[in-house]
Write a protein that binds this ligand. Structure first.
Ligand SMILES: O=C(O)CCC(=O)C(=O)O
Ligand SMILES: [Fe+2]
Length: 226
């Protein structure tokens, strides 16, 4: 497995990072698949076994405002929305994308959480991706298809929003581990957007430690929760 430093060096050679502070860095690489991206978008929309988990927020049950699917190596499981999701292997449609993500980052994720936002009404609330099964240095590699959407960061614990980045079709956003330590992120609702967007966050599940519920804060908008 690649060390943290060699990943940083490789990414810095490709593009200048966006520095959020506290050593938390983002790299945004546009156009990583080219023409193949549009076909991949339609294939994944149609072929992934999408689910719409229900979660309890302030004592009431709601379906999450998006569709989700966990894709991973056989036996690699991930806990979110109160359920453990088991990896069943990768669909061939993702082979080229996985190779490309590894080529760009040097990292070898063994799972990806897919989210399908049917239109701008679908969203994801403030959270960090720091589950114990991601280990002490969780690199999150986030690939985008379809409608461009804003992605927001704010310092963890402060509520003050610090940065919004537009994530466009066929772009890859890489978050260094410190992003999860010091910042939360969210995909805010954007009512004017009528088109669908699909996001895959590639992750490395490193241990079988006790899974705990994904951390979410519901301050912004209870409908934007997961
Ligand atoms: O849709 C996105 O860009 C964000 C997804 C995300 O933050 C997650 O799956 O943890
Ligand atoms: Fe996330």
């Amino acid at each position: 497995m690649m060390t943290v430093n060699s990943t940083i060096t490789r990414l810095n050679q490709r593009t200048a990072p966006i520095d959020l502070g506290h050593e938390a860095r983002l790299w945004l690489i546009p156009g990583i698949l080219g023409d193949a991206a549009t076909a991949l978008f339609h294939t994944l929309c149609n072929q992934l076994p999408w689910d719409r988990p229900r979660v309890r927020v302030f004592g009431r049950e709601h379906p999450v405002p998006r569709l989700t699917c966990w894709v991973a190596d056989q036996g690699i499981s991930y806990r979110y929305s109160g359920l453990t999701h088991e990896g069943r292997g990768w669909p061939p449609a993702l082979d080229a994308l996985r190779r490309r993500v590894t080529e760009l980052t040097g990292r070898t994720p063994n799972g990806a959480l897919a989210n399908l936002y049917r239109d701008g009404d679908d969203s994801m609330g403030w959270h960090r991706d720091n589950e114990p099964e991601l280990g002490a240095h969780p690199w999150v590699l986030s690939y985008n298809l379809g409608a461009a959407r804003d992605f927001a960061f704010r310092p963890y614990g402060s509520g003050r929003q610090s940065r919004v980045i537009a994530l466009e079709h066929d772009s890859l956003l890489i978050m260094s581990p410190e992003v999860q330590t010091h910042f939360e992120h969210a995909l805010p609702r954007r009512r004017r957007i009528q088109d669908a967007r699909l996001n895959l966050t590639f992750r490395e599940i490193v241990g079988a430690g006790p899974a705990r519920e994904r951390e979410r804060s519901f301050r912004q908008d209870p409908r934007a929760t997961s």
